[in-house]
Design a protein around this ligand. Structure first.
Ligand code: CA
Length: 234
């Protein structure tokens, strides 16, 4: 199917009414929308690429977290989770498993559309050029893989680069040490949390002005790390 330049969005939601409402709003914005009512259907559809996924946490055949993990292994598409749970712990857990944003039911469809647009903008910006944070204090060129700190080139190991890129592509998202280990070394590689701590320590020495007071890579106690640089506008 020719979808032109329109971005394609997959909605995974077993509550038909909710799915249809979201679809109507996204249709109106010109997105190409596909619906899946189960995890199995979603994985079937996911053979095609999507630009963004809206994913309900409670599905009949699979936990949303599990599906999110599988999607994350296959794609960089932003994932927005829908949930009826509103506790802060659930929120953090949701973000920790690889979701980019989180909307609690009942939500306003307009709010969801705004978040969809924000995620697609961010993803598009990442694709187009490099990334720049804190008014150019840190820049990452995705073509040349050159990283500049305060305008000066810094030499990163391939593993450090992978970790930095994964974090910087999703400012604010919490990554567990296990996730970072998987990103850095692949799923089959045995490593410990300390391996990631050592890489992060080295990264901080290279990209932070003061590695004791990091502004780019912050520790989330008991969870992992998140990127806290603020992206520069185009
Ligand atoms: Ca549900």
């Amino acid at each position: 199917m020719d979808t032109g330049n329109k971005e394609t969005i997959l909605i995974v939601e077993d509550e038909r009414k909710i799915a249809e409402i979201i679809r109507a709003y996204l249709d109106r914005e010109g997105y190409v929308v596909r619906l899946a009512a189960t995890g199995a259907q979603a994985l079937e559809l996911f053979r095609e690429p999507f630009d963004l996924v809206i994913l309900d946490l409670m599905l009949p055949d699979m936990q949303g977290e599990e599906l999110c993990r599988i999607i994350r292994e296959r794609s960089d598409a932003p994932v927005i989770m829908l949930t009826a749970k509103s506790g802060e712990e659930d929120r953090i857990r949701g973000l920790g498993i690889g979701a980019d944003d989180y909307v609690v039911k009942p939500f306003s469809p307009r709010e969801l559309v705004a978040r969809v647009k924000a995620q697609l903008r961010r993803a598009g910006r990442t694709k187009r050029r490099g990334m720049s944070f804190n008014r150019g204090a840190l820049t990452i060129d995705l073509e040349t893989r050159e990283v500049l700190s305060q305008g000066e080139p810094v030499v990163l190991t391939p593993t450090e680069f992978k970790i930095l890129l994964s974090l910087a592509e999703r400012p604010g998202r919490i990554f567990s040490r296990e996730q970072l280990l998987n990103i850095a070394q692949g799923y089959d590689f045995e490593g410990s949390d300390r391996t990631i701590d050592a890489h992060v320590k080295n990264l901080r020495h290279k990209i932070e002005q003061d590695s004791k007071e990091p502004v780019f890579i912050r520790t989330v106690y008991g969870t992992g790390y998140k990127f806290t640089g603020s992206p520069d506008e185009d």
